[in-house]
Design a protein around this ligand. Structure first.
Ligand code: GLA
Length: 744
């Protein structure tokens, strides 16, 4: 008997009712049941095989509503070296029974057993779009609940897990993924993001060969070095010798992003049977979470999605999903105010008069928000002192922050402030009072980075101090925005207030407390917006983005370097959250000289800010910035909320690059083009635009830069997409921006 399911018109189907009737070890009838989830252009399905394992059946483009999915069958033993337990693509495989591929979960019992084999118990709806599937070990009272929630619009599936110990003894969880994903056997290319301080968001692409590729952070935080996101593009058949062609606008792409701001790991493996499996969650490195009887561990959420419009389609889906479901102001977050930030102008030398002078100049060019960066608190003169002491430095601000904030408000801007709440300098009142509050192993050195140590936020007293100081700051001052920084990674991650076998819970509790502080502050101060910064882009992930309205992608503000960073960033994250400041030239990092126009246009691809020393600007600079900020305001919504098409990639030092963003109603498109170093007198390539309504008429206007004399002032969507847009752009570090507005 095969079940056939009537599919309702709604975007999701839970064919679990019969499944729910079967208990562990029940008759083989359960093998014929299939759970199918539909959303957007995606179908996801799994079933229970003959042995009672939960087995992946399908993940890909949406199937016909009356199609029935064949039931799960565990694979036969092909050779004595290939146990069916290891070759069967399980939804969440416990380490036991001879599993040689990456486990989802690995445990140790007090009697020395380390064998965990999870079988299906039941499936239960947990909401109109979601489902819980309960698994249990074949003999022990370890229960694992797999949570599934399908977004009906995008087809992005949210998966997470709760592991519960109902044994009479504690159990140690050594490894816990949020989800495992299985792709159909084929040849694939993997795309992922790596980087370093001032060099984040480098896009890597490679064929997925036999073996495993691990991307991870062991740092206690998300990290600059890799970002918890992946995309996998189908390469055609099984021919692994095929070249890597991860197509931008065509072909099938599976992607995922992990919502966790602590140590994480994503393993992409191609098994001996050519199955591609992706496992992601807590990083098992140095991990150990002891569950006492009755306790449970919740994993982060691992989101996964599918597009048949190439990497471009995948990133547009994910960007829309972030706006609609992840960000604190979802589903309709306000476009980011154009900010001014004082850091590159003054560094730590902030005082009332200096900030007021900058604020006046910032207001004159149309800035919406004035942000005072590091240096305003405690005994902060440089990076040697003050972190932890969140009171106003009275030498710099004799009357507190109020006079500056009032002045900023009087100039028509709101006020933002820099903080770094999870850190402490040894030279601070806080550390002198509470040296025991930092992560450390007693009797061992406390390694400093940037002269600072990490407060152990897993401790309740530290958590309360951090929340209390920020609550006080926000209550006493009219602050609209916090830039929340985090300028080092962990060392000596000890937590000696709890028993030795519980100390490694720090990897989880620290992050949970961080999230709970952010949630509490947002609840108590609902108007306050937050930026996640970690020496640039060291803490950007879908976990922090539930609490942060925007992020600082990099301390590197060089406008040319930023083009490729912004390109990489856009694969995983929406331009809505991508803050981009215009700073001084020559640039402090590269010594590169660029025009203010080029710098402005580079930053206008995201959420615009100004971080230059305005005291050095000429009247012409002020006029240029004022004109371009006004132009930016008029098209900002299209740029940060529209559909992004990466027309020419700036990667690998490309001489040219271009992007286009189309508003969701297709009424407007904005194109940015950069001639970074053109060669041999060649003009800028004809840009065949994307995503317009081919039958509509669009009027072209310049935001910045000359139009080519032969470019029509108005033409159909078909013309702009098929014939293409010709820009008059050549030379070094030249930039242009145009917009197209629908006429009819
Ligand atoms: C980090 C941030 C910078 C700036 C400094 C201040 O490096 O990324 O933007 O705020 O800290 O110390």
């Amino acid at each position: 008997m095969t079940s056939s399911w009537k599919i309702p018109a709604s975007s999701i189907l839970f064919a679990f009712l019969l499944l729910a009737l079967f208990a562990v070890g029940s008759s083989s009838a359960q093998t014929e049941q299939v759970v199918r989830l539909d959303g957007g252009n995606c179908t996801y399905a799994f079933g229970v095989n003959e042995r009672g394992e939960l087995q992946t059946l399908y993940w890909g483009g949406r199937l016909g509503s009356h199609d029935s999915i064949p039931p799960a069958h565990s694979l036969p033993e092909v050779a004595s070296f290939d146990s069916p337990y290891t070759t069967t693509p399980q939804e969440y495989a416990g380490w036991g029974a001879g599993l040689f591929t990456e486990p989802a979960v690995k445990v140790s019992f007090v009697d020395g057993s380390r064998d965990l084999v999870l079988h299906f118990v039941r499936a239960t709806p947990s909401g109109s779009q979601s489902l819980d599937v309960l698994l249990k070990d074949i003999s022990r009272e370890i229960y694992v609940t797999l949570r599934y929630s399908m977004d009906p619009e995008s087809g992005i599936l949210a998966r997470s897990v709760s592991i519960e110990n109902l044994e009479k003894q504690p159990v140690l969880i050594e490894q816990a993924a949020a989800a495992q994903w299985t792709l159909p056997p084929a040849s694939y290319a993997l795309t992922y993001l790596t980087g370093r301080w001032a060099g984040e968001w480098a896009l890597n692409q490679e064929l997925i060969q036999g073996g495993a590729r691990v991307i991870e952070s062991r740092r206690g935080t998300t990290g600059h070095q890799a970002n918890p996101w992946f995309a996998i593009s189908r390469q055609g058949g099984r021919d692994t010798a095929a070249p890597v062609v991860a197509d931008e606008e065509h072909g099938e792409v599976w992607f995922g992003a992990l919502a966790w701001s602590g140590s994480w790991r994503i393993t992409v493996e191609r098994t001996q049977l050519d199955a591609v499996r992706v496992t992601g969650g807590f990083n098992p490195f140095d991990f150990g979470y002891k569950l006492k009887p009755g306790e449970h561990l919740e994993t982060p959420v691992f989101y996964g999605g599918y597009s048949d419009h190439g990497l471009g389609g995948a990133s547009r889906l994910l960007q829309r999903f972030e706006i609609a479901r992840i960000l604190p102001q979802a589903p309709d977050p306000k476009p980011r105010p154009v900010i001014y930030n004082s850091w590159e102008a003054t560094e730590f030398k902030v005082d009332e008069a200096g900030q007021v002078a900058l604020a006046e100049k910032a207001a004159s060019i149309g800035v919406d928000r004035f942000v005072m960066d590091d240096g305003w608190f405690g005994q902060r003169k440089d990076d040697h002192a003050g972190l932890g002491d969140w009171y106003v430095n009275r030498q710099k601000f004799p009357h507190g922050l109020k006079p500056l904030i009032d002045k900023v408000h009087g100039l028509g801007m709101d006020f933002g402030l820099w903080v770094e709440p999870e850190m402490v300098n040894p030279d601070s009142d806080l550390y002198r009072k509470h040296p025991e509050w930092v992560l450390n192993f007693p009797g061992r050195p406390r390694s400093e980075s940037r002269n600072q140590l990490v407060l152990n936020l897993a401790r309740a007293d530290v958590r309360d101090y951090v929340e209390g100081s920020l609550d006080k700051l926000l209550t006493e001052n009219e602050i609209a925005f916090l830039k929340w920084d985090y300028n080092r990674n962990w060392s000596e991650p000890g937590w000696d207030q709890v028993p030795v076998d519980e100390q490694r819970r720090v990897y989880v509790e620290f992050i949970r407390n961080l999230y709970s502080i952010l949630a509490d502050l947002r609840r108590k101060h609902p108007k306050v917006e937050i930026e996640s910064c970690s020496g640039g882009g060291g803490r950007v992930d879908l976990g922090i983005l539930h609490y942060a309205d925007e992020v600082w992608p990099s301390d590197n503000t060089d406008p040319f370097d930023r083009l490729s960073m912004q390109d990489g960033f856009s694969y995983a994250y929406t331009p809505q959250i991508m803050m981009a400041w215009v700073t001084d030239s020559p640039h402090w990092l590269n010594g590169r000289s660029t025009s203010l126009t080029y710098r402005m246009l580079s930053s206008m691809q995201g959420s615009l800010g100004i971080g230059a020393n305005l005291n050095h600007w000429t009247a012409e600079d002020f006029a240029t910035a004022k004109r371009l900020i006004a132009a930016y305001h008029s098209v900002q919504r299209t740029i940060v909320r529209g559909d992004l098409y990466r027309l020419i990639s700036p990667r690998d030092g490309s001489g040219m690059s271009a992007t286009e963003t189309v508003s969701s109603d297709k009424n407007q498109a904005v194109v940015f083009a950069f001639a970074n170093a053109t060669k041999e007198g060649r003009g800028f390539p004809l840009l065949q635009l994307e995503g317009l309504d081919q039958d509509a008429e669009y009027k072209l206007s310049s935001i910045e830069g000359k139009l080519h004399p032969e470019t029509p002032a108005s033409a159909s969507g078909a013309w702009w997409m098929r014939h293409g847009l010709q820009l008059d752009l050549r030379g070094d570090y030249q930039a242009a921006a145009v917009k197209l507005d629908r006429q009819r």
